[in-house]
Design a protein around this ligand. Structure first.
Ligand SMILES: [Zn+2]
Ligand SMILES: [Zn+2]
Length: 98
């Protein structure tokens, strides 16, 4: 059933590390597209699989709806999957139209 699919997505992620700046990114394992570095647009290396880490923060791109995770003290500059630029101000979220 769909419940099991959702469970797998949440608990199984691929871990990537940027060759250039060392930024750590996790993406759901069902995502076939490899991410590019959200900080420097560099190539990301697959370093392993994880069951999810507690200190990661989820980011969702409003352009391509891609989901990726970064360490919670980091903020992405660009989407890991497209050319969308994230705002550095969280307050702008409140201004989105319904
Ligand atoms: Zn980088
Ligand atoms: Zn995107």
């Amino acid at each position: 059933m769909t419940y099991e699919v959702v469970f797998l997505i949440i608990t199984y992620m691929k871990e990537f590390e940027c060759k250039g700046c060392g930024t750590f990114v996790c993406v759901p394992a069902d995502k076939n597209k490899s991410p590019v570095c959200p900080e420097c647009r560099g190539v990301m290396l697959l370093i392993g699989n994880s069951g999810g880490q507690a200190d990661l923060k989820e980011f969702v791109c409003s352009e391509c709806e891609g989901v990726f995770f970064m360490q919670k003290d980091k903020l992405p500059y660009k989407c890991a999957f497209c050319n969308y630029t994230f705002s550095t101000s969280p307050r702008l979220k409140q201004q989105e139209r319904l």
